[in-house]
Design a protein around this ligand. Sequence first.
Ligand code: NAP
Length: 300
Amino acid sequence: MEVGFIGLGNMGAAMAGNLLKARHEVTVYNRTPAKVQPLAALGARIAGSVSETCRGDAVLTMLANDEAVESVVLGREGVLASLPSGALHISCSTISVPLSRRLSQEHAKHGQRYVAAPVFGRPEAATAAQLVIVAAGERSSVDAAKPLLEALGRKLFVIGDAPEAANLVKLSGNFLIASVIESLGEAFALISKGGIDRQRYLEILTSLFNVPAYNTYGALIARGHFEPAAFAAPLGQKDIRLLLAAAEDLGVAMPVASLVRDRLLTLMSHGGEHLDWAAIGGLAGRDAGVTMPYDLRSQP
Ligand SMILES: NC(=O)c1ccc[n+]([C@@H]2O[C@H](COP(=O)([O-])OP(=O)(O)OC[C@H]3O[C@@H](n4cnc5c(N)ncnc54)[C@H](OP(=O)(O)O)[C@@H]3O)[C@@H](O)[C@H]2O)c1
């Protein structure tokens, strides 16, 4: 397919690379132009603007947050104004439920198609085309998106025709991952203060809970490996904020999510913006006065 790709950050660069490897014709655009160069070396066409990126069958967006998606899609000479009638926008960013609903309505008004396809998996999974993708939208639109999404991940779940459903599932998943990080942090604080070896504990833990969230975040917390951020703490904070907004809209109390929200706030107020969100797993140890194998910057 002839596709555009907008947003070449930690995730987007790897995803666009996999579309090229799957022999799609890919035109890329990024706000910071220097990030297009590695993709050009892989054979991508370089666009000088959002609208130049929107001339094919489909455009994928992988942008930081709602503000970025609003400006790129709804802004002047943005995706909405540029995409041909009948062409497809696949939104892979983790965005709010209301924005996804609005994009769906706006694209429909413009005769364009829209699929929400947020992804699970960190940049290393994106590079290895091992993402788990949750997609929703009109059936024919999701079918049209499939050859692209299948080039990006190991598993594609289609969960219905209302695109925002995929965004709700994505937010719920990140809530669970954040809860695991917090719980791991508390467990590691406990065993560290009890004098138990962190790496040995990790072996026990990951044989009990042999799933990606425990394996990935257990290893990061055991080693205190929070930089460079593969998933930056401000993005995680955004996800929990959006999750809590969705929970409030639906009238669902989520006390654990509120706790995680506070953990992220604490991390930020101690200078953690540059760290991976796994660093909330270091806070319990810090609070317990444990000597950790790492240093959360600006500790009080
Ligand atoms: N990292 C992960 O592990 C992971 C996993 C699953 C889902 N996600 C989600 O995927 C999305 C991207 O994450 P990421 O880790 O790739 O983030 P990232 O490395 O920070 O990249 C963000 C991208 O958005 C662009 N951007 C930000 N604000 C913009 C604006 N106002 N106008 C135009 N472009 C703008 C950035 O452009 P510049 O290069 O110019 O800054 C960059 O291309 C987020 O929604 C995140 O929550 C991330």
